[in-house]
Design a protein around this ligand. Sequence first.
Ligand SMILES: Nc1nc2c(ncn2[C@@H]2O[C@H](COP(=O)(O)OP(=O)(O)OP(=O)(O)O)[C@@H](O)[C@H]2O)c(=O)[nH]1
Ligand SMILES: [Mg+2]
Length: 199
Amino acid sequence: MPASDTADTAGPAASPVKILVAGGFGVGKTTLVEAISEIDPLRTEERLTSAGVGVDDLDGIESKTATTVAMDFGRITLTDAGVVLYLFGTPGQERFWFMWDDLLYGALGAIVLVDTRRLDRSFPAIDFFENRGLPFVVGANCFNGEQPYTAEEIKAALHLRDPDTPVLLLDARSRDDVRGCLLSLLDRLITQAHVTVPV
Ligand SMILES: Nc1nc2c(ncn2[C@@H]2O[C@H](COP(=O)(O)OP(=O)(O)OP(=O)(O)O)[C@@H](O)[C@H]2O)c(=O)[nH]1
Ligand SMILES: [Mg+2]
């Protein structure tokens, strides 16, 4: 872990910021929180069983054995930015979406993860944040280390209401990629704060 990202060096001035990590079933939310968290992340996963056959679509993520039933929780201190990010991963399956409004409480922004093999799964997450006016960035998780589409193509396919919404290609298992995505979200939050609160 780079020294600049440790909680010990953050100092008392680091501001706490709550961030949601959302997206459809199996897009890599738990993986992302685990990749960046400086503490052992809290995971609330249950095993996928034969009862989910026909309900849980595992196309493209056949190795997946568990699913989040409540939330993920992790923390990362970004010393350079002077913030401590509290990351809350949402459950992806539709039957657990009723929890999203509770998780939203106090959040300043979100990462919406998408899997371009199954883009439709993340539209509800995008609608959710657009309807509630919460700033977000899109992270296109590159499964199998490849992404056949450009960020511009993904942005067009998602019909994002705000054309300035960043779309980043990332690997949810890569700490550096996730860090870049969080910094992009922070940039967006700062830009939007300047637009809405003129100084
Ligand atoms: N190859 C590859 N596999 C990944 C990547 N991200 C996640 N996975 C795998 O994809 C599966 C789904 O990842 P999860 O992190 O559980 O996805 P999730 O969005 O938390 O899933 P739910 O909580 O069930 O909605 C797991 O088996 C991961 O190991 C990636 O970038 N590349
Ligand atoms: Mg999960």
